[in-house]
Design a binder for this molecule. Structure first.
Ligand code: MN
Ligand code: MN
Length: 322
């Protein structure tokens, strides 16, 4: 290992107990230059796209805190991401809490620097609108595929008299801006009452594979994983995990809960099933600590972030070996 490829390790629990020290994602070092890492863990503490119950701006801090519980080895896949590549905490994007359009620009500029360094971002949100400016940075020269976990399609058009940017619209905008290839997009867990029977028409007509929760349980996990792999193929693919895709018994601390969702264990197994795909980034969004008095949703968010980190690390290691 050369000095340029020095790996970062979580603080050892033998050196300092896991409840001690300043909280960073996975107890990793905090770095400021994305060129120092292969995978950057980033917070976007912003919920200005939330149309109903705000609070996801507090997500990154609580996810960092809960991530101190997470050890370094994935027990199911046997992956230790910190052995495969350089991973560290790149801090939070400097967002503007009172200006949505300014924040979209700030997030995009931050991720353009990350991408220019050749670094793969894994983000803790923030509400789901943050994925749009991330995709503006990552999907600029070729549209991305996406594995999208959510109760909602997030392909609504406008809100409140024609406003185009909310956490219910990012993937319609991403398709319109040719950042996202709808034919290489799969949405998993879709449910919840609609404004109108035609709410899902855009996603379906654009060619997205929409797996409602009814179909999810009819197909079973292995089929859902096979379908996700088939849809995204071997092109560059982003993983976006809205915690409201989970049943609210597992993740009550979120802005738009919908009953009848999948479980945390099912989510873990699907993410593990994405190993070997050409993954170029991911996020966990919509953890809203003000609605999370037990802290369990933040722990769920941190753990799913670790699961996504493990498959991203596999993808980075495979790309390096080529
Ligand atoms: Mn949602
Ligand atoms: Mn969403």
């Amino acid at each position: 290992m050369t000095s340029e490829t020095r790996n970062f390790e979580p603080i050892s629990p033998d050196a300092s107990p896991r409840f001690a020290e300043i909280a960073t994602f996975m107890r990793l070092p905090r770095v400021s230059d994305p060129a120092e890492v292969d995978i950057a863990l980033i917070g976007v503490p912003w919920d200005g796209g939330t149309t109903n119950r705000a609070g996801a701006r507090h997500g990154p801090r609580e996810i960092r805190n809960s991530s101190s519980l997470i050890r370094k080895v994935n027990p199911a896949t046997r992956v230790t991401p910190y052995e495969l590549c350089r991973v560290a905490d790149l801090g939070d994007v400097s967002v503007n809490p009172i200006d949505l359009m300014d924040t979209l620009g700030r997030v995009q500029a931050f991720y353009q620097k990350v991408r220019a360094a050749g670094t793969v971002p894994l983000t803790a949100g923030g509400d789901h609108l943050i994925t749009l400016p991330i995709m503006r940075a990552l999907g600029r020269d070729r549209p991305l595929g996406m594995v999208h976990f959510d109760a909602h399609s997030d392909t609504w058009d406008t809100y409140f008299g024609g406003f185009k940017y909310t956490h219910g619209t990012p993937f319609r905008r991403a398709v319109e801006e040719r950042l996202l290839d709808p034919k290489r997009t799969i949405q998993i867990g879709i449910r919840g009452s609609l404004y109108d029977l035609h709410d899902l028409d855009f996603a379906i007509e654009a060619g997205m594979r929409v797996i409602t929760i009814e179909e999810f349980y009819k197909l079973g996990l292995d089929e859902v994983i096979a379908e996700a792999r088939r849809v995204v193929g071997d092109g560059p693919t982003y993983v976006s995990f809205d915690v409201d895709g989970l049943d609210p018994v597992y993740a009550p601390g979120t802005g738009t809960p919908e009953i009848g969702g999948f479980s945390t264990f099912e989510a873990q197994q699907i993410i593990r099933g994405l190993g070997g795909l050409n993954l170029i980034g991911g996020d966990v969004v919509e953890v809203a600590p003000p609605f999370d008095p037990t802290g369990n949703t933040a722990l769920v968010g941190a753990t799913l972030m670790f699961e996504i980190l493990c498959v991203l690390a596999q993808a980075v290691a495979a790309a390096k070996a080529e």
